[in-house]
Design a binder for this molecule. Structure first.
Ligand SMILES: [Zn+2]
Length: 678
């Protein structure tokens, strides 16, 4: 390559990296995997070294991304938040050690090896032991103030417990969504007929940047802390000592880190981490290796890249520590080919494209299908039937097609044409304005009918014993049901011919259906499959309106007033009940003997529960909190005992908190309390 070509390539790569930085940091919507991003950046960095004249100061390889967005106050970090050099290669890790050994004059160096958490970096400031601020990394020098959102994070103590309490300390960590919570949120999305979120890191980043604190609290963000920023007076003289201090303060820390000597032990620890990482609560895509001693970190010749001769940083966004390095594990990836692209029809009619793959072993499981998300995604990646593709499983996420191997594309292949009609009922598909999802609008679409009935009978709705997908299919196939109403008209005689010696089965199924006629109102509301209405919203509606008739007649103004209901949800509910076919369905359900039970008047899950309040809550006064508890049927008591069900603790909680811990009484923060109230 000559320098003109190199120049061109560098310009191209810089634009690419800048674009992906923007997508990742600012919009939390990356289009390529971390692995591909790192490769792009590495190619650019190598070229810039090879052709130094064009490697100007402002290259994207010399800076961290920038997550700052509109709507948040900006706060300067007291000590810059730096970024780590990455490697996927053990030889490079050994070079990292060799450089340090040379600078420090000894091979015998102590290191820590910690899990690299796939979350969103955050800096917490505690002043005299009280959490006063949470700030995102931003551009490294200045980030967004997300304190209100961080306060909703469970497991993040508003105060430091134990000694010593520094006058001021910046503690760095990572905000994440657990795999379990990520699944729960996607389950809710599915129940509400909405699209899945693609990965927990992006959802955590998007959530931390929400302006609606209520919404943030409804997603259970978590945090893990590991790093030290500015601190006065000093509290530790090594990374391992600082980790121990974090744990002593009762702050959330990594389940395991390794304190080892020498580079061979570092490599051993990384292998052990790789074995254990799937058991961690957070996603882990690598290991962070740090020189343990703070004195050695500050040694002349170690320090930071981007630091001038006078010891001052030219710009924090160019800083990266020479005493730390991230070793990343390659993603779980496999090559296979696309046998076919099929379209799945959802309960709400959403048409989701799926790649039917030649089965391939990936991270211990056989993968046969991968989601292609939507029509725009297929077009962007240009996935075609017959293409060789790379599939990837990042963390515990459903496999996705990450790239097409265009060089292996068979001759004569054509771009995939997204069907203009429902593959099941052939009705012309429609695309809602501003949405990316195509839908089948036909209310009688057999696939939608099948999925609606499955949903109605499922665990989260009527929970009809023995009425799973297979039986629903069987009943549909024999023409015994056409809608959810028909379930209540089934008879034992109709079922008998379906199975050999099926008397017991038929009797049990009919009894199970009959037993659910008086089920909870919210289960029926949820089971109706109203767009935007998942289990939580169904419970809100049941509590507020207490009958299907009242709900059907509720004006939109009353719906909007429900806590947590936006205009979108209210409008969706209103539109559903305005439709004559749905009104007819309700009449038929009531005629079939459905008599749902409204929630008990004495409040919901809090009836009879005893609360003790302590400390200052972030938004509620004590009086307001007490009123809410009593309105929900609970009681407020002045002192903690074994009969206390919950201690609701805010900032500066005192001895009541210690007593609760001693007695093993659950301690909850305001956000969790509001969730309990529903
Ligand atoms: Zn259809």
């Amino acid at each position: 390559m000559d320098s003109a070509e190199a120049n061109k390539q560098i310009t191209y790569l810089r634009a690419q990296v800048a674009r992906h930085d923007e997508l990742y940091y600012r919009h939390a919507k990356p289009e390529i995997s971390d692995f591909d991003y790192d490769r792009l950046k590495r190619e650019l960095a190598d070229l810039e070294v090879q052709f130094p004249p064009v490697a100007a100061d402002e290259s994207v390889t010399q800076r961290v991304g920038d997550d700052r967005t509109e709507g948040f106050a900006r706060v300067k970090h007291r000590q810059a938040m730096t970024t780590l050099d990455n490697t996927y290669d053990e030889a490079e890790l050994r070079e990292f050690h060799a450089r340090l050994a040379k600078a420090l004059g000894t091979e015998d160096l102590a290191y820590t090896v910690e899990p690299k958490i796939d979350g969103v970096a955050v800096s917490l400031t505690y002043e005299h032991g009280r959490l006063t601020r949470a700030v995102t990394r931003g551009d490294g020098e200045e980030g967004d103030d997300v304190t209100a959102n961080a306060r909703t994070i469970r497991g993040l103590p508003p105060t430091l417990h134990g000694q010593p309490v520094p006058a001021l300390i910046e503690i760095r960590g990572e905000v994440y969504l657990s795999v379990e919570e990520f699944r729960r949120i996607n389950q809710l999305q599915e129940e509400a007929g909405e699209a899945h979120y693609a990965n927990p890191r992006n959802l955590a980043a998007g959530t931390l940047k929400q302006l609606d604190t209520q919404l943030v609290a409804s997603r259970r963000l978590e945090v893990v802390l590991y790093g030290l920023g500015h601190c006065e007076p000093p509290v530790a003289d090594s990374q391992s000592g600082f980790q121990a201090q974090l744990a002593a303060w009762d702050l959330p820390v990594v389940e395991k880190f390794w304190a080892v000597r020498g580079i061979d032990a570092v490599c051993g620890a990384i292998r052990e981490l790789d074995q254990r990482r799937r058991g961690f609560a957070f996603g882990t895509d690598g290991a962070v290796v740090k020189l343990d001693s703070f004195a050695q970190q500050a040694h002349k010749g170690v320090g930071y890249r981007g630091m001038g001769a006078d010891g001052r940083a030219e710009a924090a966004r160019k800083l990266s520590p020479r005493w730390a390095c991230a070793f990343k594990f390659p993603p779980d990836r496999a090559e296979t080919w696309v046998r076919n692209i099929t379209i799945q029809v959802g309960r709400t009619g959403a048409l989701t494209p799926v790649a039917e793959l030649e089965p391939v072993l990936l991270a211990g499981t056989t993968v046969k299908r991968a989601t292609l998300h939507n029509a725009d995604e297929i077009a962007r990646k240009d996935v075609r039937v017959g293409d060789a593709v790379l599939v990837e499983k990042a963390g515990e996420i459903i496999p996705a097609v990450v790239a097409v191997l265009v060089s292996k594309r068979p001759a004569g292949s054509a771009p995939y044409a997204f069907p203009q009609q429902c593959p099941v009922c052939t009705t012309a598909a429609v695309r809602v304005e501003d949405g990316v999802v195509w839908r089948c609008p036909n209310p009688q679409c057999p696939e939608k009918v099948r999925r609606r009935i499955e949903h109605f009978a499922s665990k989260g709705c009527l929970d009809i014993d023995g009425l799973g997908e297979e039986i629903v299919d069987l009943l549909l196939h024999h023409g015994l049901i056409k809608s959810i109403v028909d379930l209540f008209h089934l008879t034992v005689d109709q079922l008998l011919p379906l199975k050999k010696s099926g008397e017991v089965w038929a009797g049990n199924l009919i009894a199970a259906i009959a037993a659910r006629r008086g089920t909870d109102l919210w289960r029926v509301i949820h089971g109706l499959g109203i767009p935007q209405v998942g289990a939580a919203s169904a419970k809100d509606l049941a509590r507020t309106f207490r009958s299907l008739d009242a709900l059907a007649a509720a004006p939109e103004a009353d719906l909007v007033r429900i806590d947590g209901f936006g205009e979108k949800t209210a409008a969706a509910v209103r539109a559903w009940f305005a439709e004559e076919t749905n009104r007819a369905l309700l009449r038929e359900l009531l005629a079939a003997g459905l008599r749902p039970t409204p929630p008990a008047e004495s409040g919901s899950g809090l009836a009879g529960k005893v609360f003790v309040l302590t400390g200052t809550l972030p938004t509620l006064t004590r009086e307001e909190a007490a009123a809410k508890i009593e309105a929900a049927g609970g009681k407020v008591s002045g002192s903690v005992s074994k009969k206390t069900h919950y201690v609701l603790a805010g900032d500066e909680a005192g001895s009541k908190l210690d007593k609760a811990r001693a007695l093993g009484v659950p301690v909850i923060a305001e956000a969790e309390f509001l969730r309990l109230l529903g």
